[in-house]
Structure formats: C-alpha cells, structure tokens
Design a protein around this ligand. Sequence first.
Ligand SMILES: Nc1ncnc2c1ncn2[C@@H]1O[C@H](COP(=O)(O)OP(=O)(O)O)[C@@H](O)[C@H]1O
Ligand SMILES: Cc1cn([C@H]2C[C@H](O)[C@@H](COP(=O)(O)OP(=O)(O)O)O2)c(=O)[nH]c1=O
Length: 209
Amino acid sequence: MTNGIFITFEGPDGAGKTTILSMISEKFNHAVITREPGGIDIAEQIRKVILAKENTAMDPRTEALLYAAARRQHLMERVKPALEAGKMVLCDRFVDSSLAYQGFARGLGIDEVWTINQFAIEQMMPDLTIYFDIEPEAGLLRISKNKGREINRLDLENLNFHQKVREGYHILLERFPERIVKIDASGTLEEVYKKTLQIIETKLAEKSL
Ligand SMILES: Nc1ncnc2c1ncn2[C@@H]1O[C@H](COP(=O)(O)OP(=O)(O)O)[C@@H](O)[C@H]1O
Ligand SMILES: Cc1cn([C@H]2C[C@H](O)[C@@H](COP(=O)(O)OP(=O)(O)O)O2)c(=O)[nH]c1=O
C-alpha cells in the first residue's frame, strides 16, 4: 500500500502493551506512536462514549460499530498519512481487538465483526501484529498492583470474559499466521522488550530486502 510500516500491538488487558510500546518508542524515535480507541480528537470523543460507565444500556453491536467508527477516523487522520509519508506507525490495539473482544468474547461472531470492519478499514491491514500473550489472572493482577489494591469481586467476575478474550486471540493466531507473531508476555519487562525489538527488527530487515 505504502512505503511506511504499520505495526500493531495486541493482547489482553494488563499484558504490558502500553509499557513496552513506550520503551520501543525511545528506540524508534521517528515512529508515530498511537492507540485505539482514540489517538485523535474525533476518535477520543467516540472512546468516551464507548467507555463511559453510565452507558450501561449500550448494545454489543452498537459498541462494535463505535469501535469501527473510531478506527476509521483514526486510520484516515493519523495512520494513513503517516504511512504515505514513509513512516513507521506503532499502534496500541487495532482490528484484532474488535475480533477478540466483540467478535469472540462478547459473542457477536468473529466473521460478523470482521465484515463491519472491512467497511471501516478497506484493505489497510497491519504489516505486523505482535500479540502479547498472558494468563488473564496475571494480567489482572498486574493492573490491580498498579492501582495498589487486591483483585476484587468485580475483577474476578470479569475473569471469564478475559479468558474468552485470550481464546479469541488464539483463534486469530491460527487464522492469520503470516501476520500475527505471539510473544510470551509473562516474562520480565526486559525479556519482553528484547523479544519485541527482535521481532520488529526482523520485519524491518524483511521489508528492506
Ligand atoms: N513484563 C512485566 N512484568 C511486570 N509488570 C509489568 C510487565 N509489563 C507491564 N507491567 C505492569 O503491568 C501493568 C499493566 O501494563 P500495561 O502496559 O498498562 O498493559 P496493557 O497496555 O497491555 O493493558 C503496569 O503497571 C505495568 O507497569
Ligand atoms: C480497540 C478496541 C478496544 N477494546 C477494549 C479493550 C480494552 O479493554 C479497552 C481499551 O481500554 P484501554 O484503557 O486503552 O486498555 P488497554 O490499556 O488494555 O489497551 O477497550 C475493545 O473491546 N475493542 C476494540 O476494538
């Protein structure tokens, strides 16, 4: 599609994507670092609607459509122009999050969610997706430690959902083996960082051949 390179970071909550992305961004200081849902003003506004605690009445399909709408806007405003300018774009979450969370864990169906996302992204898929794999318990524990509290009842109620999210990602790994690379995210930050860097550098070397 372009001269740039589009790399996405995926995985369950607490896998370490955001932390590793900020470490990687120091190495590739010319790269565009962004995230979904959000990244630009209109998409951040949509993010607020999706994540607002008071919106308990939100239908799962509405949620999937809003993620796809935010994705489209972010893609057109930030990702596509950067790729066309030959830049590297590193994005925290992309379409695989919708497939794993809405498609599989919420039960809308991976194929159904893929179809609505085709309208949003047309053919603009990542060159590489790094999937940070972790047991949901460990991911939630990291998040709760960060907030300085133990895992509570609500977190545990969510465990089943997070287990499904992980299962969803494993289905995607089988479906897109040439695009998605799995990393064991349960190691130390240094280990996960080194592995991530190695995968990105391998891809960059392939691209320049
Ligand atoms: N490899 C790791 N080992 C221990 N703690 C980690 C590791 N990676 C991330 N963390 C911590 O776990 C918490 C969640 O990490 P974060 O990067 O926000 O995850 P994500 O973006 O995948 O939800 C943060 O407090 C972070 O410092
Ligand atoms: C992009 C995207 C995110 N999400 C979810 C995953 C996260 O729980 C939440 C994003 O919140 P965020 O605070 O960015 O979480 P994280 O740091 O784990 O990336 O939205 C979806 O359900 N579908 C999507 O398409």
